[in-house]
Design a protein around this ligand. Sequence first.
Ligand SMILES: CCCCC/C=C/C(=O)SCCNC(=O)CCNC(=O)[C@H](O)C(C)(C)COP(=O)(O)OP(=O)(O)OC[C@H]1O[C@@H](n2cnc3c(N)ncnc32)[C@H](O)[C@@H]1OP(=O)(O)O
Length: 311
Amino acid sequence: MALRVVSVLKRRLGGPGQKLLRSGNLLSATQHRWEKMPSSVGFPVTSRRSFSKTALIVDVDHNLGIATMKMNNPPVNSLSLELLTNFVIDLEKLENEKRCRGLIITSASPKIFSAGLDITEMYGKSSAHYAEFWKAVQELWLKLYMSNMVVIAAINGSSPAGGCLISLAGDYRIMADNPKYTIGLNETLLGIVAPFWFKDTLVNTIGNRASEHALQLGLLFSPTDALRVGIVDQVVPEDKVQDTALNVMSRWLSIPDHARQLTKTMMRKPTVDRLLKQREADIKNFVSFISRDSIQKSLHMYMKHLKERKE
Ligand SMILES: CCCCC/C=C/C(=O)SCCNC(=O)CCNC(=O)[C@H](O)C(C)(C)COP(=O)(O)OP(=O)(O)OC[C@H]1O[C@@H](n2cnc3c(N)ncnc32)[C@H](O)[C@@H]1OP(=O)(O)O
């Protein structure tokens, strides 16, 4: 794997980049955060450090400066409070790893990237629980959307609602070319409403008209349609998703970090500030909305429908 990525990096970085590789330093000339790598052996043997918790497997390749985070919450990677909390903790850790410049988010479960927010966290619970849950959802989005790392979603399965939001919060999305997989913000199908910051994230990605259409109808797009509308940036054969993510990552990492990060902040900060200004109000809104009898009933019926589909 390391060798393959090095050859991709060599191709991508061209002349000056090859010099950097030969000298053992993959960083762009303006960035010196990574440690010097030994030049005598070419590219050093990959050193990996993994930390894994319930529902998340994180693998950090220090030499490449790339972390891979696999959601691992079978059967469908629903975003439970526990997964959200661990996600945020691990993101903070990675953000503080000086040499970690890129993050690939993917799924350890075949066929499902993430089924979105864990619906069981949103019904039959106390207001305090809903508030805690929603705060965790906000926190994850804030951290991901403003990450200093290059974040690439390697979407190797279906990705409805909250799963789609995680992908949209990244910088680039690659989806497996399987017509059985779908992606989109389908909240209206559950009788609930995507909050304004889910909507803003979609609008920033595919524009206002396409978002209005997608959100009102709760559209779940096939990979081909998701590419057409711009929800994903690339659709590739299923077995090429991870390699493509590494390839794309090398391109993004060839840009000086500070310039890329400042540009990202310039583009995204107004959207993030909108939530930050009214974070508490947004939590209150969520709690009062989700606690309504009619909404509780809708969620209950939706879960029932999911279970009955199998029978
Ligand atoms: C103001 C409010 C705003 C809130 C914003 C909300 C955002 C969200 O993310 S809401 C969640 C939206 N998610 C969905 O609509 C997806 C629902 N799930 C599916 O469509 C499918 O499960 C699938 C395509 C993701 C996978 O299909 P399949 O492989 O056939 O697996 P099953 O449907 O049999 O599911 C297995 C198992 O998992 C349970 N489950 C599925 N999704 C969720 C979920 N989001 N939360 C909790 N549990 C989920 C499903 O009920 C099955 O359970 P068992 O029957 O007990 O095995």
